[in-house]
Design a protein. Sequence first.
Length: 145
Amino acid sequence: MAPGAKRFTELHAWQVCNTYKQAIYRMCAEGPLSRDWERRRQLEEAVAGPPAHIAEGFGRFNPTEFARFAVIARASLMESQNHLRDSVDKEYITSTTRGELNQLAEEALREVTALIEYLQSEEARRNARRARDRTTALLRVRCPR
């Protein structure tokens, strides 16, 4: 996790998930897959989930809750990999295209898994406590009783 990230877009896990999503969107926009609306929708929803879940988890300001959203993101990445295999089976994309996209998915999986491991660590809990303490102190200064 980016030390002291202030925005979810600063998280490397979100960035690689978003890159993967954009690559899938480009692939879905052309060729036979672009005309199979149901399969295209399933794949696009599967890749839209991970960056959205990471963003939502980041907004929770709680490592345990954030980790839960990151686990969901990881599952969606795996779902998208299955949809890519289905696309090869249906001959919508080649095995080579699937392999290239799968490399992006694997990178995203590594980053999300590392994020989950961090969020489940004692270090993450300590950092969250410190951030809450700083926020509480700032609120006391700005809004005295």
